[in-house]
Design a protein around this ligand. Structure first.
Ligand SMILES: [Zn+2]
Length: 256
């Protein structure tokens, strides 16, 4: 069985460790810094098998130099991005066979937050980086709205039971926005209460499931009449395409 463990890092980042429950090897996803990883590996007598990077931002790659100085392991990075220390490029339709962990990951190209962002997934979970967040999505630093909308559609096509492991703890602020877009969405209200409880105890609100995201994440709901209505009102313009609804929501959230 596979386990996925969160290592909180920096202000609100998550480094994810992917582990087979009966083996000592782990894959490290988006090591923003090395210290929390070293500490956890030493405390639990674990050996890293690979580093997986979803995109080139410093708060996802910052730990690579120190980790690779200690361990000679593959560093898998997006094909279209420059990441120092990369030993293998990953792009859509690639398979990443992590033999030590007994897990084979597939790759999705999900540009929008950055130009070459990728996600790593199986039929049970996905590491979505800063593209799909819990109840939200990443800012478009290097992409366009149609691109980001298409990337989010790829997540939406995964099985509803897929667990989503994203790069930051943003649920509270994302749900505040979601409840502004859809004040009558009871699933959003329920989730806000659950998230608030977890955060009071400093517990992660990640992972989430795709099914819950489809009910509560406005950026995955660009075809819902209530979301279209709210986005149209914000933009004061007719929005005929889902990607236009998405663009209006993203602009709204950026100014929220
Ligand atoms: Zn980022």
């Amino acid at each position: 069985m596979l386990e996925i463990l969160p290592l909180p890092a920096l202000k609100d980042n998550y480094i994810w460790l992917l582990k087979h429950s009966e083996r000592e090897h782990v894959a490290i996803v988006d090591p923003s810094e090395a210290e929390p990883v070293f500490d956890y590996l030493n405390d639990n007598k674990l050996t890293p098998a690979a580093i997986l990077i979803t995109h080139h931002h410093w708060d996802h790659v910052g730990g690579i130099p120190a980790l690779t100085e200690c361990y000679t392991i593959p560093v898998i990075t997006p094909a279209l991005e420059e990441v120092q220390g990369s030993t293998r490029k990953a792009a859509e339709n690639d398979s990443i066979d992590l033999q030590e962990i007994g897990c084979c990951l597939s790759v999705l190209d999900v540009p929008g937050h950055t130009a070459g962002a990728v996600a790593y997934y199986t039929d049970e979970f996905v590491f979505s980086g800063d593209t799909l967040f819990t109840a939200g999505c990443g800012r478009m630093f290097e992409g366009t709205a149609p691109q980001m909308h298409t990337s989010l559609s790829k997540f939406k096509a995964l099985p509803d039971t897929t667990k989503i492991y994203c790069g930051h703890e943003y649920s509270e602020s994302n749900l505040r926005f979601a409840s502004t877009v859809e004040p009558d969405n009871t699933a959003v209200q329920t989730r806000q209460e659950q998230v608030s409880e977890l955060r009071k105890q400093s517990r992660p609100t990640v992972p989430t499931t795709l099914a819950l995201e489809k009910q509560t994440n406005p950026f995955l709901r660009c075809e819902e009449p209530s979301v279209i209505r709210a986005a149209t009102e914000y933009k004061q313009a007719e929005l005929n395409q889902p990607h236009q609804v998405f663009a209006a929501l993203r602009e709204w959230k950026d100014n929220f």
